[in-house]
Design a protein around this ligand. Structure first.
Ligand SMILES: Cc1ncc(COP(=O)(O)O)c(C=O)c1O
Length: 391
């Protein structure tokens, strides 16, 4: 049997043609795993080289490094339509969310509502707060693989302090209807935290449109950066209402006052920061965010939706079971395919030079701006050869 021939139905713009040469991995592999990590670009590689030559040339250019941190803060703020003083520069998504959790009091309201789609770190952080009086309630998904609004309606009440949702689920690629959940939470007096890690860089995000109160993300995936850098957004009028007890000197009102005699957190979202910033990862993060802005995030979303429509057609022809919702509005960039042995399937594809990943019984195929129809066809052809591993 030959690979499914569905190419004629796809209309793709010139996006990968324009940028693919900037990602050397494509000379050797079909890389379609941006839900785990974005491909390394020439720009990010050069930023690390720049970090090393700055270090070599200037010794310890701390003022410049602090300025780089501010540039990263501003770049991320622009990306989500926030102001720089609403953004903390952190070392991971977890670090920002933990700082938030440490600053909440579970007295007047004690409940934290989260979905069963959360990344483990989110569940773990909120369950850790049970020792401090939080009551954690999970919103389950329905049998059709969505989380209907009614499930949130049942869980969010007037004892709910915070609703913690993920934008795109890392296990099945489904997208939460963030504005509707946020509206419901706000109507009931609860705050909303959005884990945007699996969405940021793959689709436009505007915190004003979404209405969320807090947002955490990092640069490792669709923002093309590397490990070690995260961001945390806090709506300006909420900053002074949270008093993080997980803290450090980079959260202080005046970092360089070097005052060890009291705790005066910044009156900006910098109060969610901690110790020495991840300077090398900041260089890389600025380069990655800049490159994604140059490539265009709305254009990337459109391109990847077209690739995923093509992938879906091919998967249907193969008779595969797709765990991701079919409607483009109900999913992110990540597509998940049921497998009888996902680890074996990832290894089999890897043996053919195709890089994917797996979670929760699913093969994860996550295209980005640099992927082509040929990449998707290579995945489909390989899946056909390993048909026995599809569920
Ligand atoms: C949805 C989601 N949230 C959080 C994380 C982890 O973030 P961090 O390690 O920066 O805390 C990941 C990483 O894969 C993720 O996919």
């Amino acid at each position: 049997m030959s690979a499914p021939q569905t190419e004629a139905r796809v209309e793709l713009g010139p996006l990968p043609l324009r940028i693919r040469h900037r990602f050397p991995i494509f000379q050797q592999r079909v890389y379609i795993n941006s839900c785990s990590q974005g491909a390394l670009s020439d720009a990010v590689r050069a930023s690390y080289e720049q970090y090393l030559s700055d270090w070599d040339e200037y010794g310890a250019p701390w003022e410049y490094w602090v300025e780089r941190g501010e540039a990263a803060r501003a770049a991320f703020a622009t990306l989500i339509n926030a102001a720089p003083d609403e953004v903390a520069v952190t070392t991971s998504l977890s670090a920002g969310v933990s700082a938030l959790a440490s600053g909440l009091r579970f007295t007047r309201r004690s409940k934290v509502v989260l979905t069963d789609w959360e990344f483990p770190t989110i569940g773990q952080i909120w369950h850790a707060q049970e020792a401090r009086g939080a009551r954690v309630v999970h919103v389950p998904a329905a049998d059709d693989g969505t989380i209907p609004l009614e499930h949130f309606e049942r869980a969010i009440d007037d004892d709910t302090l915070l609703v913690s949702i993920t934008h795109v689920c890392y296990r099945n690629g489904a997208m939460v209807d963030v504005p509707r959940v946020t509206e419901l939470a706000h109507e009931r007096g609860a705050l909303v935290l959005l884990d945007a890690y699996q969405a940021i860089g793959s689709l436009p995000i505007d915190v004003r449109d979404l209405g969320v109160d807090f947002l955490g993300a990092g640069v490792l995936k669709y923002l093309l950066g590397s490990a070690g850098l995260g961001f945390f957004y806090c709506r300006r009028n909420l900053v002074d209402r949270v008093w993080p007890t997980q803290t450090g000197w980079f959260a202080d009102e005046n970092i360089f006052a070097m005052d060890h005699t009291d705790y005066s957190p910044a009156h900006t979202a910098a109060r969610f920061q901690s110790g020495t910033p991840p300077v090398p990862a900041i260089y890389a993060g600025i380069a990655g965010i800049g490159l994604m802005q140059e490539i265009g995030i709305p254009a990337t979303r459109e391109h990847v939706n077209a690739l995923n429509a093509h992938l879906l057609d091919g998967l249907d022809e193969l008779g595969a079971t797709v765990a991701t919702p079919r409607a483009a509005v109900a999913r992110g960039a990540l597509m998940c395919i049921r497998s009888t042995d996902p680890q074996a399937l990832v290894a089999a594809l890897d043996g053919e030079g195709i890089v994917t990943s797996e979670r929760d019984g699913n093969l994860r195929v996550s295209a980005h701006c640099y992927n082509t129809v040929e990449d998707v066809d290579a995945v489909l052809a390989a899946l056909q050869r390993h048909r026995t591993l599809l569920a």
